[in-house]
Design a protein. Structure first.
Length: 355
């Protein structure tokens, strides 16, 4: 039977309380304002729980220490809580980390929870990574389309994209300012926010060479050196090389011009090319999903939705001959129960064909 020995709630982190915590070798998290302390006994086990909160009374850290009264051995569980940036009481949980330490003070196992809050749904999406594997509740489809060049396109949720991007790390990511200098060659490559930009993937023996080009970056105005780099990538990827172009809108004149000039340059190399053009209508339809500007501002300020859920471009993960694609259209379709890959991709691109 568990016996309550002591209960102290809302202790201010100052003076005597800090001294007591230091004496007990309890680390106080940065910006913590108060702590609750609960001490219980059950048989030969003595348990202490320390719960730290910030100035908004948000849970920051929880320590549970189990001590065997006879042997003196201790086991510790630590949980750390993170929230979407914002203010006020509406902020949502973004991450929870749980670490278990044995009596030798070494971490025995760990769990990492990530939470994704779409602005258009009350359903909280999550992923859990631990020693036993990965689990999540992301809406998924086993369906995909395969084009005539053998490239598979699979729709995925933005939550799944963010989870994979985080797991892949920076070395697999093509980032801003989106010039040829940021291009990478890897077995797996990731990039996002593709709207007026053109992404060129060169697939072959060395995996994929991924290029993300912003037409409005002055470094990309002259396509000649870019085309030379693409030719080098094609040469290095071997005899069975293939390519795809993805992105671009017509409303941006530079965007449209860049897309077609790069396609023409790739055609000169006489390799199979797949073309996936986003187009104006898709972007217009995506904008229709966004909440009114005042409500949008409220959501951002109060941390009510995952910020990346408002990003309206295409987000892609390239792995071998497969491109996983996430965007707001696909998110909306998956949430509504649509599992038809062709239908989701048809709504995501104005041109979905090959040369």
């Amino acid at each position: 039977m568990t016996k309550l020995l002591s209960l102290k709630k809302g202790l201010s982190l100052a003076g005597e309380t800090i001294a007591d915590l230091k004496q007990a070798k309890i680390n106080i998290p940065k910006n913590a304002q108060s702590v609750d302390v609960v001490q219980t006994a059950n048989g030969t086990k003595y348990t202490s729980i320390y719960t730290f909160r910030n100035c908004d009374n948000y849970l920051m850290k929880r320590l549970k220490i189990d001590k065997d009264i006879q042997s003196g051995e201790e086991k510790l569980q630590a949980r750390f809580y993170e929230y979407i940036d914002g203010v006020g009481e509406n902020r949502k949980l973004s991450k929870v980390t749980k670490l278990n330490f044995g009596s030798d003070n070494k971490c025995k196992d760990a769990e990492f929870w990530d939470f994704y809050h779409p602005y258009y749904s009350d359903t909280v999406l999550f992923s859990r990574r631990s020693n036993s594997g990965v689990a999540n509740n992301f809406p998924k489809t086993s369906d995909y389309i395969e084009d005539i060049n053998g490239i598979k396109l699979r729709p995925i949720s933005t939550a799944e994209y963010l989870e994979t991007k985080q797991r892949m790390g920076r070395k697999h990511f093509v980032s801003a300012p989106w010039t040829i200098d940021e291009s990478i060659t890897s077995d797996v490559a990731v990039t996002d926010r593709i709207k007026e930009c053109t992404v060129i993937g060169i697939i072959g023996e060395k995996g994929i060479s991924l290029n993300h080009l912003n037409p409005n970056n002055k470094k990309n105005y002259d396509l000649a050196p870019i085309i030379e780099t693409l030719k080098e990538q094609i040469s290095k990827q071997g005899k069975d090389v293939k390519a795809f172009l993805l992105g671009s809108v017509e409303a941006d004149e530079r965007s449209n011009k860049q897309f077609w000039e790069l396609k023409n340059a790739l055609e000169q190399a006489r390799i199979p090319i797949s073309t996936y053009k986003t187009g104006d209508m898709v972007i217009k339809n995506i904008r229709a999903f966004l909440p009114p500007i005042m409500e949008f501002g409220k959501m951002v300020r109060n941390g009510r939705a995952t910020p990346f859920s408002f990003v309206s471009g295409q987000h892609i993960i390239c792995d071998g001959n497969e491109i996983k694609i996430a965007n707001m259209v696909i998110d909306k379709e998956l949430a509504s129960g649509n599992r038809n890959a062709f239908d989701m991709l048809r709504k995501s691109f104005s041109i979905l064909n090959n040369s």
